[in-house]
Design a protein. Structure first.
Length: 114
């Protein structure tokens, strides 16, 4: 059976970051979330129990992974290994939209660090 998820049809999730997060895919193997950050918004520093991939759809992101800080734009994929502190921020004046792909699906909760 084919499953389709349209961002505008998926409800926003409650989350500790207080941002627009929509879970597009959730299976026993992986999760895919769509996140939208307005100017000045960002995720709190946290770590996940699984590897994470960020794919920027629109705008520019500042991505911190461990001690590294990257500025990336639309069309960029960034990998973050499990249990390494990370966060994504929008320091631009336009909307930032990106996908977060967690593989495999986490069995433990994300740990906030700030």
């Amino acid at each position: 059976m084919i499953r389709i998820a349209r961002i505008e049809d998926v409800p926003k999730m409650d989350n500790p970051h207080g941002i627009d997060v929509r879970k597009l895919h959730d299976s026993e193997h992986a999760q895919v979330m769509h996140i939208e950050l307005g100017p000045g918004e960002g995720l709190r520093r946290h770590s996940t129990p699984v590897d994470v991939v960020f794919f920027v759809l629109e705008g520019r992101a500042v991505i911190e992974i461990g001690d590294e800080r990257l500025k990336v734009s639309a069309g960029t994929l960034v990998e973050s290994p499990s249990r390494v502190p990370h966060r994504v921020m929008n320091d631009d004046q336009t909307v930032l939209r990106f996908l977060v792909i967690k593989i495999p699906r986490p069995q433990e909760a994300t740990r906030l660090l700030e």
